[in-house]
Write a protein that binds this ligand. Structure first.
Ligand SMILES: [Fe+2]
Length: 341
């Protein structure tokens, strides 16, 4: 198995995965959303049969967290869980036309070297389009596939990573917002997100028209800058999308500053947001970095391992003293809760 994350390495050049206007890419990457082309839609690797194989791989390797069926199965859950693995996968995917749910296959790049090569090529394409090094700053990268029912909505949320959402089949509309609009996305909401609250960002109806709509069809991708709020509505048929997302050193550093700020705010202080004081940022990021896993093996390790270590004594004390969770420094954080596109 090819391990993702830090082991993303340079490889021989192959056909590009992503294609864009260089000037537009350099102006907007990491800052604002824009659409581009991709070449994954015709690949056999994203046929339903291949995706069923990938899902079966994770089940066979005892990683049910990497094949998630969300919603729509509630009424038939008992029968569903009793099905043989292969039947269960086929049932979940085949039933998407009517089940009002979605299937998520995480880290598909770790299923086979074919997927891993596509991920690596996509990162090389980003490097070429930017005209500067990217791979050396990537701390974690993964490819995730979403297969979704017609007309379902992925609620408004933010993600840590930079993302290219590539449409393989069906259509969907993605509304993306400015990640630097602090009226739309105040710092305390980003702090909540970096404490592990996936619902940290709150949708503000009166600011809804600040979002930009991107219409995805096979061959079309959209870039999600880190922390860009977004929500998604599927079209009238089953949709297959591939998310190519990655963490970078500078993004992780900013996340760690927000985590320290969240703690400071809970102590009644008013912390400076990242970017306002070099010294303050250095101290916060450096302190949290000392607590982080030195060899991260997951997204959770990259972003949350320092915070998890900091919270460990509070969790232990809570268990010993049987205090309610509200007395802890943040929400409980085992495995990362699943999230949509
Ligand atoms: Fe997302």
């Amino acid at each position: 198995m090819v391990v993702p994350g830090r082991r993303v390495e340079r490889m021989d050049r192959r056909s590009p995965v992503l294609s864009a206007e260089t000037v537009e890419f350099q102006q907007h990457f990491g800052i604002s959303a824009f659409s581009l082309r991709h070449y994954l839609a015709d690949s056999d690797l994203f046929s339903l049969a291949a995706l069923e194989d990938a899902a079966a791989f994770w089940i066979a390797h005892d990683r049910p967290d990497r094949f998630v069926v969300s919603g729509g199965q509630g009424k038939t859950n008992a029968k569903f869980s009793e099905m043989a693995d292969r039947t269960r996968i086929a049932s979940a995917i085949g039933g998407l036309t009517h089940s009002h749910s979605y299937v998520k296959i995480s880290n598909i790049n770790a299923v086979s070297s074919d997927y891993q090569k596509l991920l690596q090529q996509a990162l090389l394409d980003v490097e070429d389009l930017l005209g500067q090094k990217v791979l050396s700053n990537v701390t974690w990268a993964q490819m995730t596939v979403f297969i979704s029912s017609p007309n379902i909505v992925t609620p408004y949320h933010i993600d840590h990573e930079a993302n290219f959402l590539c449409q393989i089949a069906g259509e969907k509309d993605v509304w993306l917002f400015d990640p630097n609009d602090r009226e739309l996305l105040p710092d305390p909401e980003i702090e909540k997100f970096y404490l592990g609250d996936l619902n940290g960002a709150q949708y503000r109806e009166q600011l809804g028209d600040r979002g930009k709509r991107f219409q995805l069809a096979p061959g079309v991708a959209v870039h999600h800058p880190p922390l860009a709020p977004h929500w998604v509505r599927n079209g009238s048929s089953v949709s297959i999308s591939v998310s190519i997302n990655f963490c970078m050193t500078e993004l992780d550093r900013k996340a760690h500053i927000y985590q320290v700020n969240s703690i400071m705010r809970r102590l009644g202080l008013r912390p400076r947001p990242p970017g306002q004081s070099v010294m303050s940022d250095t101290l916060k990021a450096g302190g949290m970095r000392l607590l982080c896993a030195s060899e991260p093996r997951s997204y959770r390790d990259v972003v949350f391992s320092g915070l998890d270590r900091l919270r460990a004594p509070y969790r232990l004390a809570s268990r010993v003293l049987r205090k309610p969770r509200s007395n802890q420094m943040g929400p409980s954080s085992g495995t990362r809760p699943t999230k949509g596109v």
